[in-house]
Design a protein around this ligand. Structure first.
Ligand code: OSB
Ligand code: MG
Length: 357
């Protein structure tokens, strides 16, 4: 699906969103799931191509025709024989949550114990040509009503950009995301950010650098937030125990599904660590799931869940998510994910199809 504007992060830019949509049939009820892996392995090692392969050759054959009581119940059965590929597992789980909700006539929000009917959201703004261009883009989103802005940064494109936005919007809830573009040495260059009253600095170092993040955090007043580094509840516990971060970004796709996302949420609540819901430029399918997750009580910071028009010209769901005037988006209340697929748009954007009977 073409993006409305190029989205650039430290590791690369994209103009289009490729993704896999799963349609699962259980006892005649159809559920939908979105695999958030991207075309390129630049954010995560998983891609649309690896997901297609793993779903087709391993994950789906392993669980097809078997009985599972809860959407997450297939996970322990496959975790040892199918290592990793968490975005594939999350896609299957999302479709099973959708089925369960439709079976029971309950929304995903109700099934998981969500407490909010609308959730605070912000926009994740890609790297722009210049600090001035960035301020202009941010201004556009502020005019639309977003009250929290996240800036993507990379070396040499960090301090001047963030300062310019802070100067233009002195009271804005502002945060930055490096997508692991620094190492323990070069992260010293980020020190001036500490004076800009940021909510958090997201994933400055590599995915597997929890220990270096623990060295870095005490050097900053601003909380470090981990995204790529946290793939499961164990990682969350280890990062909190080591002092590697003070905030965690939870993306159900990255951690293998809603069930693991809830476990991380529960741990963080016990440990007094604020969490927020990240995004992966999802279609309406994944966006609906993120909204339900973000309705859990521990999601106290605004999520990267923007209105549909921030991403796409049209969507594959009939639902078109809009921003309320208090910088929130309303959580779907219909059974399951609470979305209906737009069959014409789905067909229009389909590049390949696979049916596993
Ligand atoms: O690091 O949070 C990230 C998008 C793709 C890959 C990684 C990230 C992002 C975003 C976009 O920041 C969040 C959104 O969906 O709006
Ligand atoms: Mg991130």
């Amino acid at each position: 699906m073409p993006l409305r504007s190029t989205f650039a992060i430290s590791s690369g830019a994209s103009d289009e969103r490729d993704c896999i949509i799963l349609e699962v049939t259980v006892d005649g009820i159809k559920g939908y799931g979105e695999c958030v892996a991207e075309r390129d392995p630049s954010y995560s090692s998983e891609t649309v191509g690896t997901s297609w392969h793993i779903l087709n050759e391993f994950l789906i054959p392993e669980i097809l025709g078997k009985d599972f009581k809860e959407p997450g119940d297939f996970q322990p059965k496959v975790s040892f024989i199918i290592k990793g590929h968490l975005m594939c597992k999350a896609a299957v789980e999302m479709a099973l949550w959708d089925v369960k909700g439709k079976q029971e006539g309950k929304s995903l929000k109700t099934l998981i114990g969500g407490v909010r009917s609308k959730v605070d959201v912000g926009v994740s703004v890609g790297i722009q040509e210049s600090p001035q261009a960035l301020v202009k883009v941010v201004e556009g989103y502020v005019k639309q009503g977003y009250k929290r802005i996240k800036l993507k940064i990379k070396p040499q494109r960090d301090i001047a950009e963030t300062r310019a936005v802070r100067k233009a919007f002195p009271d804005m809830r502002l945060q930055v995301d490096a997508n692991s573009a620094y190492n323990i040495e070069s992260a010293k260059d980020l020190k001036p950010l500490d004076e800009l009253d940021l909510l958090l600095i997201e994933q400055p170092l590599n995915e597997d650098d929890i220990i270096d993040h623990a060295q870095l955090q005490p050097q900053f007043k601003t909380p470090i937030c981990l995204d790529e580094s946290i793939l499961c509840v164990r990682h969350a516990r280890q990062a909190i125990d080591l002092g590697a971060c003070r905030i965690i970004n939870i993306k159900p796709g990255r951690v293998g599904g809603i069930t693991e996302a809830m476990a991380i949420h529960d741990l963080c609540q016990q440990r007094n660590v604020p969490v927020w819901c990240g995004g992966m430029l999802e279609t309406g399918v994944g966006r609906a799931a993120n909204l339900a997750l973000a309705s859990l009580p521990g999601f106290i910071l605004p999520g990267d869940i923007s209105a549909t028009e921030r991403y796409f010209f049209e969507d594959i769901t009939q639902q078109w998510f809009t921003l309320n005037n208090d910088s929130t988006i309303t959580v779907p209340e219909a059974p399951g994910l609470g979305i209906d697929i737009d069959p014409d748009n789905l067909e229009k954007y389909t590049l390949a199809k696979m049916t596993i009977p």
